[in-house]
Design a protein around this ligand. Structure first.
Ligand code: ADP
Ligand code: MG
Length: 225
């Protein structure tokens, strides 16, 4: 087994003028390559903070992070960090975060553009993943012309277009009805089975949790199981 994400004694404290919140307290976790992991816990317990720190979108107050065998040096420049993030990680958020003025194809190819991949190759790979998520017939639509379930599929296509090793999804099915939720979960499992990607999903869905490889339960900034 190969550890792909390793957090050691990670703490995150948010400080504002009036209040100090310990969002994560001494978190230790090892995730194996190819693992499908659900993260659960009540609102405010630190799930998004954990995911954002793993995804290098936020910095811990203390502690160490290792991704794909690389220790993350907090002194890395924002550019280097963004480059590493772009190459290694794919994100899916509850509210999709699609660009409303761009059509499906252009939304999906964007991460490759940031990586400097040429136009032809970008289009080829974007079309491939759009087909994978079953939206080839919606390539020229903009997000407002799509349903919530379809928007989330676009967001997944965008997350996987660069073939990242790790996919982090924060309540990806939170705004979907039960049928779309089931389809979305199937899509994630499919990805893992086809490409062996490591997938971490924050969810309130006990059904998804029950079919995951492992469930991490959090309470008050701590991992309890
Ligand atoms: P969850 O995703 O489990 O609902 P979060 O990780 O979003 O929880 O939040 C954990 C705690 O940290 C909460 O008490 C929240 O209010 C606080 N928090 C999250 N982000 C910030 C921030 N940017 N500034 C201050 N407090 C924050
Ligand atoms: Mg959250």
């Amino acid at each position: 087994m190969e550890t792909i994400i390793k957090l050691t004694e990670v703490n995150k404290i948010y400080r504002t003028e009036e209040i100090e919140t310990q969002a994560l307290e001494n978190v230790n976790i090892d995730v194996e390559k190819g693992e499908f992991l659900s993260i659960m816990g009540p609102s405010g317990c630190g799930k998004s903070t954990l995911l954002n720190i793993m995804g290098l979108l936020d910095e811990p107050t203390s502690g160490e992070i290792e991704l794909c065998g690389t220790k993350i040096d907090p002194r890395l420049s924002d550019n280097r960090l963004a480059e590493f993030r772009n190459r290694t990680l794919g994100f899916v958020f509850q509210s999709f975060h699609l660009i409303s003025s761009l059509n499906v194809l252009d939304n999906v190819q964007l991460p490759l553009m940031y990586r400097g991949v040429g136009y032809g190759e970008r289009m080829r790979r974007a079309k491939e993943v759009i087909e994978r998520v079953g939206l080839s017939h919606r390539m020229k639509h903009t997000p407002v012309q799509l349903s919530g379930g379809q928007c989330q599929r676009v967001a997944i296509a965008r997350a996987i277009v660069g073939n990242p090793e790790i996919i982090l999804a924060d309540e990806p099915s939170g705004s979907l009805d039960s049928q779309n939720r089931t389809e979305l979960h199937r899509l994630f499992f499919d990805l893992r089975d086809t490409f062996g990607q490591t997938i971490l999903i924050v969810t309130h869905d006990e059904e998804l949790a029950s079919i995951s490889d492992r469930v991490v339960r959090m309470s008050d900034g701590k991992i309890i199981v």
